[in-house]
Design a protein around this ligand. Sequence first.
Ligand code: PMP
Length: 292
Amino acid sequence: FDQLDGHIWMDGQFVRWADAKIHVLTHGLHYASGVFEGERAYGGEIFKLTEHTERLHESARILGFTIPYSVAQIDDACRELLKMQGFRDAYVRPIAWRGSEQMGVSAQHNTIHCAIAIWQWPSYFDPAQKLKGIRLDMAEYRRPDPKTAPSRSKAAGLYMICTISKHAAEAKGYADALMLDWRGQVAEATGANVFFVKDGKIHTPKADCFLDGITRRTVIGLAKDRGLEVIERAIQPEELEGFEQCFLTGTAAEVTPVSEIGQYRFEVGEIAKTLMLDYNNAVQPKHAIAAE
Ligand code: PMP
């Protein structure tokens, strides 16, 4: 990724992609004192941009630091950078982290940095696979108790167990892994939320120890618009056997049907396919739809 071209917005300036560098003694690197966002632009507009930027600010607040750029400044920088990069459809990655002045666990006075990079990331999962449904393994690591980790923050540190779990799944030929939470209940995938369908009703774990995804909430709204019942509740892993459909939601993953989790099989059914299409419509800029 350091080979890509164009510009990166960094601490208020647009710098050339190759020049967006940080020092090796950055606190964010050593102690994971960083927070980030993942956003997608569709047709030249970033979907739910302000909601993402507000979440970035909130993630930093939870980690005890304040990003020195307002939500409006970051929103403007994202929009301007998207235009500079010349993309209509793209992935947007804002990040904020503690700098390098003080080394050690404490870094009260380190400068807070902020950067935004935008690149083309057409589909998180292989598109042909997506319609067939992706295969998930069960992860060994569990999502921590909110008393153990700041689970409402999109904090870099929380991704350590996600990367380990995703790598382990990939090594066995799976696309991703399903993680349980500390109680042993179904939680989410390593970078996306999970939904199930049974008897025409949608079931999804209560987001009480993992990210309540912006896509998750959008898809719940779309399902309700279709008159579908969405039940947010504790889901036990033994219940996987009884579910007919399964899909993941996330900014990068969008709506991705799942065909398999460990020993359990799911069909890519009507509800998963309908919500996939509804989401594809919902993310398009309103003026683009009006012009059709
Ligand atoms: N859970 C995790 C661990 C994630 O990384 C993401 C992606 N940000 C999500 C859920 C989905 O969140 P969103 O829909 O806001 O992208």
